[in-house]
Design a protein around this ligand. Structure first.
Ligand code: NAP
Length: 289
């Protein structure tokens, strides 16, 4: 199978090693005409992305963090040079500076070197929170480390790949593949869900579908907000999820206000993606139907 992939020596070696040992056979699919590199492919959004038509339209390379640690610049440049992807979708992250800022800089530099279409995933938490929805014209002002690292990562992407699209989305959930916070709800962990923390909770499949559109629409560049339009509190969201999971009343504990160090109302205005690209994310009630 590796012989058909068209990637360089490094790529062949990795394919061979991974194909021999992989417990996740879906991480690599044979080359058809073009190659897409997905980082973080085993994560929540990556699993949804692997269910879009991108896997039919492209050869699919999605190395795990143990196969390719994005914090290692030399290895990233070497592997991407070998693969020569025409598209890179960068989903990988972990909540530390090296895995967000450093890793993003490395993969963006590699994308620039092979002139790949670059799609970067960022977050609404680059913003501090305010009454009005945030548009793409608003400047990041995150008070927390995570949001500041993600904002810095956006800047690195803009530096290396000015033609990249930087998707900012909100709190993600799934209905087949669940987010860790949904597992917390299902397991009835003793968590307080706050009523003052408002986000535009979005089904990961809708963001994955938007990514598939943006792979084609290479002229779209810069920040783009992609999220459901309605804001919902984390308390309301946890309760809705508990209802969807048919948990008994009282399974979710809620609290007023905002937990220390967490943002309050962070609402993305996604009307630009809707009006120019026809990208719409389902409201929670429709997605949970
Ligand atoms: N989930 C949300 O609510 C949410 C909200 C807004 C924005 N986003 C953004 O959406 C993107 C995807 O989020 P997600 O929830 O799908 O993430 P996730 O489920 O936590 O998955 C992240 C993936 O990143 C990979 N990774 C971590 N460190 C790495 C490294 N050093 N080198 C290579 N791979 C590494 C991991 O791979 P392995 O499994 O192989 O270790 C993991 O599968 C992120 O950029 C995130 O900031 C997410």
């Amino acid at each position: 199978m590796a012989a058909g992939c068209g990637a360089g020596t490094v790529g062949h070696a990795i394919y061979a090693a991974r194909m021999a040992t992989s417990r996740q056979p879906g991480w690599w699919r044979p080359r058809r005409d073009r190659l897409i590199l997905v980082t973080g492919g085993r994560g929540l959004l990556g699993r949804h992305l692997s269910e879009t038509d991108l896997t039919r339209r492209y050869s699919w390379v999605a190395p795990t963090s143990s196969a390719l640690d994005l914090r290692n610049r030399e290895r990233v440049l070497e592997h991407v040079r070998g693969w020569k992807p025409s598209v890179i979708v960068h989903l990988a992250y972990r909540r530390d500076a090296a895995s967000i800022v450093g890793a993003t800089a490395h993969i963006a530099e590699a994308a620039a070197a092979c002139r790949a279409r670059f799609i970067h995933l960022s977050t609404d938490l680059v913003f501090a929170g305010q009454e009005q929805p945030y548009t793409e014209r608003d400047a990041p002002d995150a008070p927390q480390e995570y949001g500041r690292w993600k904002a810095e990562a956006e800047a690195r992407v803009a530096f290396w790949c000015p033609g990249a699209v930087i998707i900012r989305t909100s709190l993600l959930y799934g209905t087949v593949h669940l987010a860790p916070w949904q597992d917390d709800v299902r397991q009835r962990k003793p968590i307080l869900w706050n009523e003052g923390e408002l986000r535009c909770a979005t089904h990961a499949a809708d963001v994955a579908a938007a990514i598939a559109v943006l792979v084609r629409r290479r002229e779209v560049r810069g920040p783009l907000h992609i999220a459901a339009t309605a804001a919902i509190s984390r308390a309301g969201l946890a309760q809705a999820m508990a209802g969807w999971m048919r948990l008994p009343d009282g399974a979710v504990r809620t609290a007023p206000g905002i937990a220390p160090g967490r943002p309050g109302r962070v609402v993305l205005d996604s009307s630009l993606a809707a009006s120019t690209l026809g990208i719409h994310c389902r409201p929670l009630a429709a997605a949970l139907r």
